[in-house]
Design a binder for this molecule. Structure first.
Ligand code: NAG
Length: 454
C-alpha cells in the first residue's frame, strides 16, 4: 500500500521533466530574413493594390469622396523587434497615393506615408504542435499626408477629414497584409516535426517541448526529439539532468542550434547493429597480413595450433548502445563489445574460433554538415580495455595483443564505422534553414551549430 502511495506521490512530486535534447535560438537576423522573404513570396504589394481597387460589399462609401483608388504602393520597409514573453513587434513602413473625386468636384490626390504596426504573438499550434505567429492589435499610423486639395481650405479641416477617412479605409486595406505575411512565415515551420529518416534504421522527429519563448534578443525553441526505430520502438534519451547551455560568448542577435550528447547518443543507437562488422580480408592498408602467422608473432600458442598459416576472420559485435560524450573541444564515441578472431578453413567450412575478447574503446568524432545533415567522421582515440572471455588455443596474455588490435581497429574497423556514419543525422527543417554554412563547435555535453545566413 505504502509503495503504491509512494509511486503515485513520488510521481507527482518529481514530474518526469524531459530535458530538451535540442535547443534552437533564433536571432533577429533569421527573423528579418524570414519576414522579408514572406513579404516577397506572398506578393503582398500586388495583392494590396488589387484589394484597393475592389468594391467591397458592406463597406460604406466615404462621404464626399467618390471613385477612390489606391496606386503606387511603395516598397515596404519592415522593422521587427522582439517583445519578451510575447513574440515579435512588426512595423511595416510604406506609402501610397490615393486618388478620387473630392467633394469640391475636382480630382483629388493624397500621398500618404504610414506605418502599420502589429504584435505577432508566438504560440504553439494546438493541432500540429508547431510554432505559430498570430497577429494582434494591427494599427495604421499616418506618418505624413500631402494633398493637392485647394489651399483655401483650412488645414485643420482637411487634416481632420483625412484622418478620419484614412483611418476608416486603411486598416481594412493594410492589416490583412500583415496576416498574409504571417501565413507564409507559419508555413515555413510545417516540416519541423515530420519524421526524418536515418538511413533505413529509423527516424527522428523534432517535437516541441513547449511554447517557444521570446526574450529581448532571441526566440528559443526547446525540442524533445523523438528517436524511433524502424519497427516503431522509441529510444529514450538518457542522461537527463545534464543541463544544456548556450555558450556565453555567442554574438548578440546570432542564431544557434544545440544538439545534446544524449540526443546524438540516441540517434546512434539506431545504427548500433550496423556497427557489427566481419572482416575477412588478409590485406588491409598498411597492416601486416591478417593470418595466423602474424598473430603467432604475438601469441606463440597460435603457431602450435596452426603450423600452416591460415587467413584470419575478425568479427566485432557492439553489445551496448554507443555513447557520445562531449567536453569543450572534444567529442568521443564509446564502444563496448566483443572482438572474436577465427582461423578460416577450406571453402564451405565454418571458420574456427581462436578466441573472444571483450573490448572497450573510444573514437574521436569530427562533426561537419553536408546537405543539411550532421556528418560524423571518426578516428581511433584509445583502446581502453581488452579482456579474454574464451579461447580455443589455451590461456594467453591478451595484453600482448594491444598493439595488434589497436592497429586493426584504426585500419579495418574505423573505415567501416565511417561508412555507416555517412547516412548523416537529420537537422530540424524550418524556415528554409541552410545548415551547410553553420560553424560547429563542441561545448559541454552539446554540439553547437552557429547558424549563418546565405
Ligand atoms: C514609422 O516607422 C518607422 C520605422 O519603424 C519609425 O522610425 C517611425 O518613427 C515611425 N513613425 C511613426 C509616426 O510612428
Amino acid at each position: 500500500m505504502l509503495r503504491i502511495l509512494c509511486l503515485a506521490l513520488c510521481g507527482l512530486l518529481t514530474p518526469a521533466r524531459a530535458d530538451p535534447g535540442a535547443l534552437l535560438r533564433l536571432g533577429m537576423d533569421i527573423m528579418n530574413r524570414e519576414v522579408q522573404n514572406a513579404m516577397d513570396e506572398s506578393h503582398i504589394l500586388e495583392k494590396m493594390a488589387a484589394e484597393a481597387g475592389k468594391k467591397r460589399p458592406g463597406m460604406k462609401p466615404i462621404k464626399g469622396i467618390t471613385d477612390l483608388k489606391v496606386k503606387d504602393v511603395k516598397l515596404p520597409v519592415i522593422t521587427l523587434s522582439f517583445m519578451p514573453g510575447v513574440g515579435i513587434f512588426q512595423c511595416v513602413s510604406t506609402g501610397m497615393t490615393i486618388t478620387g473625386k473630392s467633394f469640391m468636384g475636382g480630382n483629388m490626390e493624397i500621398i500618404v506615408v504610414l506605418n502599420i504596426t502589429a504584435t505577432n504573438r508566438l504560440l504553439q499550434d494546438e493541432e500540429t504542435g508547431l510554432p505559430m505567429f498570430k497577429s494582434e492589435g494591427c494599427e495604421v499610423i499616418l506618418v505624413s499626408v500631402k494633398t493637392n486639395l485647394p489651399s483655401n481650405m483650412l488645414p485643420k479641416v482637411v487634416n481632420k477629414f483625412l484622418d478620419s477617412t484614412l483611418h476608416k479605409v486603411l486598416p481594412g486595406l493594410m492589416c490583412p497584409a500583415i496576416d498574409a505575411v504571417l501565413v507564409y512565415v507559419n508555413k515555413k515551420w510545417a516540416n519541423l516535426n515530420a519524421p526524418m529518416p536515418v538511413g533505413q534504421m529509423g527516424t527522428v522527429k523534432y517535437v516541441l517541448t513547449s511554447i517557444p519563448t521570446t526574450t529581448a534578443n532571441y526566440i528559443q525553441v526547446d525540442f524533445n526529439p523523438v528517436v524511433q526505430q524502424q519497427r516503431g520502438d522509441t529510444i529514450q534519451l538518457a542522461g537527463a539532468g545534464e543541463a544544456l547551455e548556450f555558450p556565453k560568448d555567442s554574438a548578440a542577435g546570432s542564431s544557434q542550434l544545440l544538439l545534446s550528447a544524449a540526443f546524438l547518443t540516441a540517434e546512434l543507437a539506431l545504427l548500433q547493429k550496423s556497427f557489427d562488422v566481419n572482416v575477412q580480408d588478409t590485406t588491409i592498408g598498411e597492416l601486416p597480413p591478417q593470418t595466423t602467422e602474424t598473430l603467432a608473432g604475438f601469441i606463440p600458442e597460435v603457431a602450435e595450433a596452426y603450423p600452416k598459416p591460415k587467413p584470419l576472420v575478425t568479427r566485432i559485435r557492439i553489445n551496448k548502445p554507443p555513447k557520445v560524450t562531449m567536453r569543450t573541444g572534444k567529442s568521443l564515441l564509446h564502444l563496448h563489445g566483443t572482438l572474436q578472431m577465427f582461423a578460416a578453413r577450406q571453402r564451405g567450412r565454418a571458420p574456427v574460433s581462436l578466441f573472444l575478447l571483450e573490448i572497450h574503446f573510444n573514437v574521436k568524432i569530427q562533426y561537419s554538415v553536408r546537405e543539411d545533415r550532421l556528418q560524423m567522421a571518426t578516428s581511433l582515440d584509445r583502446l581502453l580495455s581488452l579482456s579474454r572471455r574464451s579461447s580455443s588455443i589455451g590461456a594467453f596474455n591478451e595484453k600482448e595483443l594491444t598493439g595488434f588490435i589497436t592497429d586493426f581497429l584504426q585500419e579495418a574497423y574505423i573505415p567501416a564505422i565511417n561508412d555507416v556514419l555517412q547516412v548523416g543525422l537529420p537537422l530540424p527543417d524550418f524556415l528554409d534553414m541552410n545548415y551547410n554554412l553553420a560553424e560547429l563547435d563542441i561545448a559541454e555535453n552539446a554540439l553547437v551549430l552557429d547558424l549563418k545566413l546565405d
